[in-house]
Design a protein around this ligand. Structure first.
Ligand SMILES: Cc1cc2nc3c(=O)[nH]c(=O)nc-3n(C[C@H](O)[C@H](O)[C@H](O)COP(=O)(O)OP(=O)(O)OC[C@H]3O[C@@H](n4cnc5c(N)ncnc54)[C@H](O)[C@@H]3O)c2cc1C
Length: 451
């Protein structure tokens, strides 16, 4: 146990996932609740950190302590007769999903990254490709154990009346350190899934197919190509599968057997394709391939849920400059017009986006949570001169349309636009003031956006 009298941890340079935002911070690893209490009660500013998979500055803090939990426990006593499982917030999906699979179970909602921790996923109120049917992590979280900035350890759930549960899910670590979460689990029916792939000829048909396939399938996402001019602008590939639905039952997985497929290495040559011509050629080939291989095929489940994990070094191709992702929610009423506009803006600068993905969302709740009814558009951009200006223009356009930007991906919003996008900010600030009057808990994101 830490007594608090040890030598301070040395300073480290810590970054967000994309490498664009960095801070000089002390990384404090805590292996017990007492350790955690001691370290957050030290003088100075601190922030919970998970695996650092948030893209921008949500998990960094200049001249502050980034506090991590070391304890990857899955509570054997509270296992699933009740349909839920209690796990340490430090557990990653990479550890948890195979462990649940040995009991024939899985999580109904997962983001597309295996290294994220449960604490980080809850703090971002993450969503998967099945938001329309299952909602976000909020919808499958039964209760949380939270260490408040005071050092008090409390349990909270939907009915506790303190608002802490509501604010903590999606609260980006600013209400305290989540130490444990009780999450709903569902049967893992199969390790493979029948996947339908449809190549679309233009933006209108991409949006229509996305809507259509979402009526019959649980996991649906569209990859879009904004590089062609004229009629083919916004063509794409819509991918859909329903691994958790009853009709898959005939493929029932052996309960002890969900090995995640190890990622392959992308050849370094791929980095040289990150030019307007390279991206356009890659997109054309990808689309062509999907046109010929359209139809239904069987995929491993992790390929559908975690497509980027196929390449273990994919983000290295952006080195040394790094990259940005702009992920926005476009309200349902204006999707067709606004998504076209955002895509047009995305190709108006130097280099077009390297990856564009569109998913559908249903209504959400929560004070700083991202999901709401509409579509969510994610666009990856190589970092270069002009990228940040473009992201700011996209932010403005999204705000004008009453949409919002996802805080787990953001690095460019201003406090004014943020306030317009998240109308419950005032409530959140009041709650923070109540539980952390000295404002010791901060992130570079919270300081930038004046949360
Ligand atoms: C390749 C890739 C794909 C992704 N796909 C999706 C997706 O499909 N859907 C989606 O919603 N998101 C997606 N994300 C984003 C990711 O789910 C979130 O950024 C998530 O927060 C990462 O978890 P983490 O453990 O890395 O948290 P970090 O990045 O370390 O922290 C994120 C935030 O959570 C807070 N936090 C971390 N741990 C705790 C804790 N124990 N208690 C309180 N607060 C805590 C931090 O303070 C910070 O504000 C993706 C990210 C990557 C890299």
């Amino acid at each position: 146990m830490s007594t608090g009298d040890e030598e301070p941890q040395p300073w480290s340079i810590v970054s967000g996932w994309t490498g664009n935002c960095r801070s000089r911070s002390r990384l404090i690893r805590c292996s017990s609740i007492d350790d955690l209490r001691t370290s957050i009660q030290q003088p100075g500013r601190w922030l919970p950190r998970g695996a650092g998979c948030s893209y921008g500055d949500a998990a960094i803090l200049e001249e502050g302590r980034l506090v991590l939990l070391d304890h990857e426990a899955i509570d054997e006593q509270k296992q699933p007769a009740s349909g839920s499982v209690t796990v340490s917030a430090a557990v990653t999906l990479r550890t948890l999903l195979p462990a649940l699979a040995t009991r024939g179970l899985t999580l109904p909602v997962v983001p597309g990254v295996l290294d994220a921790t449960i604490g980080g996923i809850v703090a971002a109120d993450a969503h998967g490709k099945n938001h329309l049917t299952r909602g976000s992590i909020r919808d499958v979280t039964d209760s949380l154990r939270l260490m408040l900035p005071s050092g008090d350890l409390i349990d909270c759930d939907r009915s506790d009346g303190t608002d802490l549960f509501e604010a903590t899910i999606g609260g980006m670590g600013l209400t305290g350190m989540i130490t444990e979460a009780t999450l709903q689990v569902i049967p893992l029916l199969a390790r493979t899934v029948r996947v339908e792939q449809i190549a679309t000829s233009d933006l209108e048909s991409s949006l229509n197919q996305l809507r259509l396939l979402s009526q019959h399938h649980e996991h649906v996402a569209a990859w879009l190509d904004p590089t062609p001019r004229g009629a083919a602008f916004g063509r794409g590939i819509v991918v859909a599968g329903s691994p958790y639905l009853e009709h898959q039952q005939s493929q029932m997985a052996h309960p002890s057997n969900w090995e995640l497929t190890p990622g392959s290495t992308l050849p370094p040559l791929v980095a040289s394709l990150l030019t307007p011509v390279g991206i356009s050629c890659h997109n054309t080939l990808r689309h062509l391939r999907a046109r010929f291989w359209r139809g239904t095929s069987t995929w491993k489940l992790d390929r559908l849920l975690f497509p980027l994990e196929r390449w273990k070094n994919w983000k290295q191709i952006y080195k040394p400059a790094g990259f940005h992702q702009h992920q926005s929610l476009v309200p349902a009423a204006v999707c067709d017009v606004v998504i076209r506009k955002l895509l047009e803006m995305s190709v108006s600068g130097g280099c077009p986006p390297t990856l564009v993905v569109l998913k559908m969302m249903r209504g959400g709740s929560g004070w700083l949570s991202f999901p709401d009814e509409g579509m969510t558009l994610s666009m990856d951009f190589r970092s270069e001169e002009g990228t940040v200006d473009l992201l700011r223009q996209l932010d403005e356009r999204v705000a004008q349309e009453q949409g919002r930007v996802y805080l787990a991906k953001d690095s460019t919003l201003t406090p004014e636009l943020f306030r317009a996008m998240y109308p419950d900010l005032g409530r959140f600030q009041k709650l923070r003031q109540q539980f952390d009057p000295q404002q010791k808990l901060n992130s570079e994101l919270s300081l930038r956006l004046k949360i």
